[in-house]
Design a protein around this ligand. Structure first.
Ligand code: HEM
Ligand code: HEM
Length: 190
């Protein structure tokens, strides 16, 4: 059985919580990022009035996500898949596979796509929380020297890096889908 058939034959059954959390991230984060790209690179500010509101919602959603990942068994196993340093060999094996013109693995297992998802989530969280902190300092809720600067710099520099992660993640999702791999079950509504 070829690798493609092997992967196509094993649909990933994502828990309902994982699917709901992911859908929130897809909507809130994609809006925040693409809105920032419009403002930063294309000087289009018609949606930027929603930046802070969407940012607050995103911060709340990310906090919920981290709490769920940390407090459930499947969540903790995901955290281990994403961040356990011992998984480096699986990531390297996937990179070798890509260099040979084959698809990396997908789904909740150690490897390149899981590492990408984990780093994506970590950087998205850093930019969101420092952005939130900067806004709160500017609003006068509290004072932390340097936090406004850190937040603005993180948002400005983080935006293009996050776009790169976003394109890689979404691009690979479509690429897998075109090859009829059933990982779209992350969007299943049942
Ligand atoms: C993924 C998350 C986010 C991204 C990609 C992002 C991106 C950006 C970018 C590119 C800028 C322009 C920075 C500059 O050059 O000065 C900016 C500004 C700003 N962001 Fe964010 N941001 C995010 C999250 C947040 C959050 C969570 C908040 C607050 C709740 C927030 C509030 C602000 C504020 C107040 C500004 C300054 C606007 C101004 O200069 O009038 N952002 N953001
Ligand atoms: C249009 C936007 C998006 C699409 C089409 C998409 C698609 C997908 C697909 C197909 C999977 C399953 C892949 C696999 O298991 O290897 C997945 C998983 C995942 N995605 Fe996305 N995604 C999007 C946006 C995002 C965003 C914005 C984030 C975070 C900031 C994100 C974080 C994740 C994470 C953490 C997983 C693993 C979830 C789990 O195993 O429970 N995704 N995504």
């Amino acid at each position: 059985m070829s690798l493609l058939q092997e992967q196509a034959a094993s649909p990933v059954d994502y828990p309902r919580g994982a699917r709901i959390l992911h859908l929130g991230l897809v909507l809130l984060f994609s809006f925040e990022l693409l809105n920032s790209i419009l403002a930063l690179w294309l000087q289009q500010f018609f949606l930027f009035q929603w930046h802070t509101l969407a940012g607050i919602a995103l911060a709340a959603w990310l906090t919920l996500s981290w709490l769920v990942y940390g407090s459930t068994r499947w969540g903790r196993s995901l955290l281990k898949i994403w961040y356990w340093p011992g998984n480096a060999r699986f990531i390297l094996a996937d990179i070798r596979r890509v260099l040979q013109g084959r698809l990396p693995g997908h789904g909740p297992q150690p490897g390149l796509s899981s590492w990408w998802q984990g780093m994506f989530l970590l950087l998205a969280s850093w930019v969101t929380y420092t952005g939130l902190g900067a806004w709160m300092v500017m609003q006068g809720y509290f004072a932390v020297p340097g936090l406004t600067h850190l937040g603005l710099v993180s948002m400005r520099l983080g935006t293009p890096i996050l776009l790169y992660f976003w394109l890689g993640h979404v691009g690979m999702a479509f690429y897998h889908a075109l090859r009829r791999q059933p990982l779209w079950s992350i969007f299943a509504l049942h």
